[in-house]
Ligand binder design. Structure first.
Ligand code: HEC
Ligand code: HEC
Ligand code: HEC
Ligand code: HEC
Ligand code: HEC
Length: 189
């Protein structure tokens, strides 16, 4: 009696349980994938700031606003002071600029929505990449053409590793570039 029950559990119940667990894991894994990767995420921002206009047409350097890229881990989104360098004068009668000026005068930072983000347990550093000559385009896409900015590339572990392992063939023109690290402690410190 006991033996046949165990037999039933092993032959019928266990495979079914495993099958259900595996299927639901696989389904949620792939269904939530885009969300975790963030690819395509292009939120509305409190002000319609256009990269195409400022970085593309007007050719303002990325570094003029993202002052951290060569110096630190983070690129940094510019404070309103940077915008006001021009918008104290430029287009100050437009609704978006009136709103901008109001935030500035009240000393409140604009609540820009963050787009690109790796989890806290991952160490990423802009300066080590940018100072080796890797252009923003490689990771963020053609920002100069973006009216509204969104995430173009995946920042998963395999995406990081794919570039790290193929860096020498991917950037034949960059002198002094090494292959990126693939040991766990480089990115998980
Ligand atoms: C005039 C200032 C300015 C210039 C020039 C500029 N940016 Fe930005 N950038 C911003 C502001 C403000 C935001 C936040 C608002 C937004 O996301 O649209 C931003 C957001 C971003 C983001 C998304 C940040 C996030 O939350 O993940 C990226 C990536 C970016 N910029 C890359 C670039 C690149 C590449 C260039 C040069 C081709 C550039 N920017 C030039 C002001 C600027
Ligand atoms: C180097 C000068 C300069 C800087 C810095 C700058 N802008 Fe501009 N911006 C302009 C000019 C000039 C225009 C108008 C361009 C045109 O319409 O041809 C403009 C247009 C705009 C517009 C469109 C206004 C409208 O409705 O016509 C917005 C919104 C804007 N800027 C937001 C920002 C924000 C936010 C920042 C800071 C992150 C910023 N700008 C930084 C020069 C600048
Ligand atoms: C090797 C890939 C790579 C390159 C090259 C790169 N970025 Fe990034 N960028 C990232 C990653 C990954 C994040 C998310 C970082 C995080 O969550 O800490 C990010 C986030 C950002 C952000 C928002 C968060 C922050 O760090 O302030 C801005 C703005 C940005 N990048 C701008 C730029 C600009 C401008 C350049 C070129 C000068 C550039 N990036 C080059 C990968 C890259
Ligand atoms: C477009 C290619 C590219 C992408 C994408 C990229 N990296 Fe790198 N990374 C490199 C290269 C090349 C190096 C080595 C630079 C050198 O030493 O010459 C490097 C170096 C590093 C280093 C070593 C820094 C140090 O202090 O020595 C870390 C950490 C790192 N990357 C993390 C990441 C993470 C995390 C991601 C994904 C979110 C990422 N990288 C995506 C190309 C890339
Ligand atoms: C080049 C950078 C890089 C290296 C090297 C790296 N990782 Fe990661 N790892 C990441 C990034 C980015 C994420 C977060 C994005 C994701 O989940 O893919 C991550 C996520 C993870 C996660 C969480 C998975 C999840 O689904 O949330 C684990 C576990 C992990 N890494 C283990 C490792 C181990 C073990 C190694 C060494 C064999 C390693 N990593 C090497 C960048 C790296």
């Amino acid at each position: 009696m006991k033996k046949t029950f165990l037999d039933y559990v092993l032959r019928v119940r266990l495979p079914i349980t495993l099958f259900v667990a595996l299927t639901s894991f696989t389904l949620t894994y792939f269904a939530s994938r885009a969300e975790r990767d963030g690819v395509g995420y292009t939120p509305d921002q409190p002000i319609n700031f256009s990269h195409k206009l400022h970085a593309g047409d007007m050719k303002i350097d990325c570094q003029y606003c993202h002052t951290g890229v060569e110096k630190s881990r983070v690129a940094m989104v510019p404070p309103l002071e940077t915008c006001m360098n021009c918008h104290r004068i430029a287009r100050k009668d437009k609704p978006d600029i009136i709103k901008l000026t109001k935030y500035y005068n009240e000393g409140i930072a604009l609540p820009w929505k963050r787009i690109h983000k790796v989890p806290d347990f991952v160490y990423f550093n802009h300066s080590v990449h940018v100072n080796k000559g890797i252009d923003c385009v490689n990771c963020h896409g053609d920002v100069k053409q973006m009216e509204k900015i969104g995430q173009m590339n995946s920042f998963t572990m395999s995406a990081c590793l794919d570039c790290h392992r193929n860096a020498l063939t991917r950037f034949p023109d960059l002198k002094n570039i090494n292959q990126g690290p693939d040991n766990c402690f480089a990115c998980h410190r």
